[in-house]
Design a protein around this ligand. Sequence first.
Ligand code: NAD
Ligand code: LMR
Length: 342
Amino acid sequence: RALHASSLKLAPKRKPANHFQPRASTFKVAVLGAAGGIGQPLALLIKMSPLVSSLHLYDIANVKGVAADLSHCNTPSKVLDFTGPSEFANCLKGVDVVVIPAGVPRKPGMTRDDLFNINASIVKTLVEAIAVHCPDAFILIISNPVNSTVPIAAEVLKQKGVYDPKKLFGVTTLDVVRANTFVATKKNLKLIDVDVPVIGGHAGITILPLLSKVRPSVHFTDGEVQELTARIQNAGTEVVEAKAGAGSATLSMAYAAARFVESSLRALDGDNDVYECSYVPSELTDLPFFASRVKLGKNGVEAFVSSDVQGLSEFETKALDALKPELKASIEKGVSFAQKQA
Ligand code: NAD
Ligand code: LMR
C-alpha cells in the first residue's frame, strides 16, 4: 500500500466538510533549495502526498541525485530535477505551490538576522523568477530571517506588478508544532488534541505562543507560562546549539513545512475548513506583516482569525507590545533592501 501524507497525519485534524471530495494527484509543487538539509526530507514528505502530480526539485548543486533517489518511491507524483538559472524557468512553469528553503542556516552564536546578507539576495533572485514564471502560485518562504525575507518577497512582487498578498506566506508552522509538543508534554495531554496558536513573527521574542488560547482549554501557572514561552521562543537556538555548527532544524522543519504544503493543497482542492498560522501581509495590527491563524482557500488567505489579537492575557498583551519594535525593524530592513536593489 502506498504511503500517503494523510495517513501519517501530517496535516492537522479537521472536521469533515460536507461537499469536500479530495481528488487525487492534481497539483504541481516546486521546492527551491531541494538538495539541502530541509529540502531533502521536505521533498520526501511531499512525494508522499496523494494531491501532488509533479514535484519539481531545484537547487544550485546536487539536485540530480536527490531527484533520482526520490523518483524510485512508488507514490503517484513525478519527480523532475532542475539546476542553475538556465533550467529555473522550466522548474517554475505551471507550478501551484512554490516552497523556498534555499539559503544558509545559523551556526551557534548567530541570530537569524545574521543570515540577512546572504539570504536576502537569494530570496530576492528566486522571487523575481517566480514573478515571471508562476505569478499565481502560493509562495511559501522558509529561508531566514523570515521576518525580513517575506517583506522582501512582497516588495519584489510589487515591483514586478504581480503582488497578491493573499498568496504570500512565511512558514511559521514549526513554532506551532513545537508549541503543541512542549505544551502536551508539560500537561500530559494527548498530542493529537493540542493546538497552540503562535502569533507575531519568527525570531526570538517576536514568536508569541498564545497559551491563554490553547485547545483543549488548560490552565497554566504564571511560572509555566514564562517557562513554556521562553522554550518555544528559543527552540530554534536549542537545535542550533545541539547541532554544534552542523546547521539548524531540518527534520522537524521539513515535517512542519510538509504540513503547511498539504494544507495549501487541500485549500486549493476546495476543502473549506483549512486553518494554519502563518506570517503574512496583515491588517490585524499596526504592522504590515504579522503571523496569526488564517483560513486558507483556493485563492490563498480567505480570512484572518482576528480573535488571535483580542482578549489576550496580561502577559501576552505585554509580550505583543514588546515584540512590535523588533518586528517592525525587521520588516523595514527587508523592504528597504528590496527597494534599494530595484
Ligand atoms: P542547507 O544549507 O542545508 O540547505 C540550503 C540549500 O539551499 C542548499 O542545498 C543550497 O545549495 C541551496 N541554495 C543556496 N542558494 C540557492 C539558490 N540561489 N537557489 C537554489 N538553491 C540554493 O540549509 P537548511 O538547513 O536547509 O536551511 C535553509 C534555510 O531555512 C535557512 O535559511 C534556515 O535558517 C531556514 N530555516 C527556517 C525555518 C523556519 O521555521 N522558517 C526553520 C529551519 C530553517
Ligand atoms: C528554527 O526556528 O529552527 C529556524 O528558524 C532555524 C533557526 O535558525 O533557528
